[in-house]
Design a protein around this ligand. Sequence first.
Ligand SMILES: [Zn+2]
Ligand SMILES: [Zn+2]
Length: 338
Amino acid sequence: MPELRQNFFTKEWVIIATERAKRPKDLARPQVAKSVASHVDSCPFCAGNEDKTPPEVLRVPGNGNGLWQVRVIPNKFAALSRECQPNRIIHRSRRTIEGFGVHEVIVETQDHAQSTALMSDAHVAGILRAYKSRYDVLSLDPRIAHITIFKNHGIDAGTSLEHPHSQLVATPVISSQVRNRFQVALQHYDDFGQCMFCQMIEEEISEPCRVVLASEFFVALEPFASGTPFCTHIYPRRHMASFGDISAAEVTDLSRTLRTVLAKLHFGLGNPDFNYTLRSAPAESFGAKYFHWYVSIIPRLTRVAGFELGSGMFINTVPPESAAEFLREVKLGLAAGA
Ligand SMILES: [Zn+2]
Ligand SMILES: [Zn+2]
């Protein structure tokens, strides 16, 4: 029978539609042998074209060859600008803020054809350290209220440039979606004296039908009320409100965990388009006992249609328990992550 499940955190209801359940394999993209060049002369993110981007703000050096492994640059087509101040203008019922913000691009590799799933763990760790370094610096800016780090992989995930990259957007306000979720987490903490995420993680580990993998410091799982097929969350096992609190050992572990989950999606589902995003506490809530940061990975296997738009409710045709079982069973060759 179909089932309605409520997300413990967003409070949204989703329909787990077992009647129209799709076997995970039916969602896999047919493998089309597509050859992508490792270097594209016209690509601004490829090695040798560094002068086609704005001056870099951070570089993770390569292995002794004088080249780079990861570069962080201001987005040439930034959504927000550093050149103004977040001044508020209130005119009757209209509220505006001058478009202050920071929009950066993390160029993840020199290799145009590379994908995170196939990188070495050490390389992914370099990307995560670049995230943390920028996150730490920008969090200190009093004009910045919230930082979102995300990756769009593939056309269905909204990417406009093929070269592997992720982005960081720092905004002078906190969205009402983030605010509302924080309110739920805070209310839970007030009612029960415990972080709702720590509680959920403990429950999921003890009843591991939705766990994809558990490492020393992280656990990757399919959320109980997952709205879309194969949506996967990676939580730190230690309570931490902010990604900025991650330790060096945890970065190493997260790089392996994230790369392994992405490789399982890549090999199990035929390199699907996906988004991932780091959901971390806003700067003002660092150290909060009630919020717990995590990585959310959303493969773009289905499309949002009229029902979702009209009701705000999602229909998921792959029960999260089946998705977890499928991903656990995807075996990765020795080459991946070596
Ligand atoms: Zn390129
Ligand atoms: Zn917690």
